[in-house]
Design a protein around this ligand. Structure first.
Ligand SMILES: [Zn+2]
Ligand SMILES: [Zn+2]
Length: 338
């Protein structure tokens, strides 16, 4: 099969012919129809994720495709099913978090496209229990970004104390943020898009944002407080300064959810959190139950990513565009286009 393989850090992916993956008895073989390009992929090729990475590896953890083969012990899927494969690929299955259905908190994880091969390839093999069937109403190519960007921004609404009608700010309108705006709107929030410059704010309004705050001219905390303060701020951004600036824009009992990590620290004093009982929390992708919930909600409310499509052969160009935040809003590779 054709694949784009990371063979060395900070070097272009190598487009190569590699052996088709073999199917284990509990595994499923997927013909990849689409694979999103996530900013995490840039971090992986840059060698930033030293805690779990492996070389060589085939990147790609926003996989959508068709079941092409099944292991002998897989009985809940059929050849031809439309399925997706997320970042979270395998967990221990027996720690307290796995037992509670919070497999994303398991400390013994294998991650697609990090330490097991992912979807920048014509075929990918994965444990059958880690894939989720894609609802019929979602196009396969549009489904792909829901497997990382989508679940990452939908999950915090379940765990960060969100209540219908809350004021939700989305800090950064990109691959994740443009989906967060849509989920927030569909969940009944008053939605505030925060970005730099008018272009993305205009797009965010088209996607459902009620308000826009322009970081190039507005004081973020003051602008949020002028709207009443944010009950929930989702921060799918590497801009630590904006996260720092957002804390004083929280309403009492509000929560800032950090969804992306850069090297620069987010800064705050205890006093900023104590008064008004404010919280800062992190959130990562989601468990299998969150993945299923994300897809079902997106199907029901017609939430779709805005995508640009590239052939597998243009994987390096797509990664470069993601590195420079150029896609509006998600780049997707099509490994079986021909
Ligand atoms: Zn991702
Ligand atoms: Zn576990």
């Amino acid at each position: 099969m054709k694949a784009a393989v990371a063979t060395a850090y900070r070097q272009p992916l190598v487009l190569a012919e590699v052996p088709d993956p073999g199917i284990g008895v509990l595994e499923v073989l997927i013909r990849v129809k689409a694979c999103g390009v996530c900013h995490s992929d840039v971090h992986i090729v840059d060698g930033d994720f030293t805690w779990g990475s492996r070389l060589p590896v085939i990147l790609g953890h926003e996989v959508a495709g068709i079941v092409e083969g099944l292991g002998a012990e897989v009985h809940h899927l059929n050849v031809g099913d439309r399925v997706g494969l997320p970042w979270l690929q395998a967990t221990c299955g027996h720690c307290r978090f796995c037992i509670q259905g919070e497999d994303v908190l398991c400390t013994a994880q294998k991650a697609t496209g990090l330490n097991v091969d992912g979807g920048y390839a014509e075929l990918v093999c994965a444990p059958a229990r880690s894939v989720t069937v894609i609802p019929d109403s979602i196009d396969l190519v549009e489904a792909a970004p829901l497997f990382c960007a989508g679940v990452t921004v939908f999950t915090p609404f379940q765990y960060a104390g969100y209540r219908t009608g809350d004021r939700v700010a989305v800090l950064g309108i990109g691959g994740l943020g443009h989906l967060a705006v849509q989920f927030a709107r569909a969940l009944g929030a008053e939605v505030i898009a925060v970005s730099r410059g008018p272009e993305k704010l205009q797009l965010a309004r088209q996607l459902g944002a009620h308000h826009g705050i322009d970081l190039s001219k507005d004081n973020l905390a003051q602008a949020l407080q002028a709207l009443g303060g944010a009950d929930l701020i989702l921060a799918p951004t590497l801009d630590a300064d904006s996260m720092t600036a957002a804390i004083d824009g929280l309403a009492a009992d509000g929560t800032l959810v950090v969804l992306a990590g850069g090297r620069k620290p987010v800064q705050f004093t205890g006093g900023q959190l104590i008064g008004g009982r404010k919280r800062i929390m992190g959130s990562v992708a989601g468990s299998r139950k969150d993945m299923r919930a994300t897809l079902e909600f997106a199907a029901r409310h017609a939430i779709r990513p805005q995508i640009e499509m590239h052939p597998l052969e243009a994987a390096n160009e797509a990664l470069d565009r993601v590195r420079e935040n150029k896609p509006r809003f998600r780049a997707v590779l099509l490994p079986n286009q021909n």
